[in-house]
Design a protein around this ligand. Sequence first.
Ligand SMILES: CC(C)(COP(=O)(O)OP(=O)(O)OC[C@H]1O[C@@H](n2cnc3c(N)ncnc32)[C@H](O)[C@@H]1OP(=O)(O)O)[C@@H](O)C(=O)NCCC(=O)NCCS
Length: 167
Amino acid sequence: MTIIRPERPGDEPAIRAVVAAAFPTEAEARLVDLLREAGRLSVSLVAEVDGEVVGHVAFSPVTVGPGVIGAGLAPLAVRSANRGRGVGGMLIGEGLAACCTAGFGWAVVLGEPRYYARFGFRPAPGVGLADEYGGGDAFQVAELVPGALPVGAGLVRYAPEFASLDV
Ligand SMILES: CC(C)(COP(=O)(O)OP(=O)(O)OC[C@H]1O[C@@H](n2cnc3c(N)ncnc32)[C@H](O)[C@@H]1OP(=O)(O)O)[C@@H](O)C(=O)NCCC(=O)NCCS
């Protein structure tokens, strides 16, 4: 059985291992540590199977215009042996719900549109939002609270810790 729960003290090494294994370099794992240290790991959920952490999702604040704040989903990682069974989907769904509870009205992600569309994400350029990395339609937004989408607000900036990523 898969349990999705907020990270708790002591999970850090297991999260680091799962995230590092899911990406070509350890940059994403380091990013999670940096966000946590900066107090910007707004939502951090783990997927646990038989008491072992097999997946993780992080959300951190993003800003657009003067002080409008949303949630940025990144990174998302599931251990290769546990993929294709909905674990990533559970982390996204529960993560978005947790963001809503935490007061975020909208969320963004930079990723494969075919995957994220099923969770309510749509291309952000279509509502006048852009990212710092030239993601185009891979930069997507989901409205968590009706009416909260900052339509036409322009450039969305991720937390400063993202500068450590070589993207
Ligand atoms: C992306 C990832 C988290 C998905 O985890 P998962 O537990 O397998 O996800 P789910 O089981 O919920 O969903 C699997 C489905 O998503 C699809 N999918 C996953 N990644 C995809 C991608 N990059 N592009 C297109 N489709 C993708 C799978 O083909 C599968 O499709 P299906 O449901 O039609 O069979 C996992 O593959 C992973 O850790 N990848 C490496 C890290 C990464 O790329 N993270 C995302 C960017 S931050």
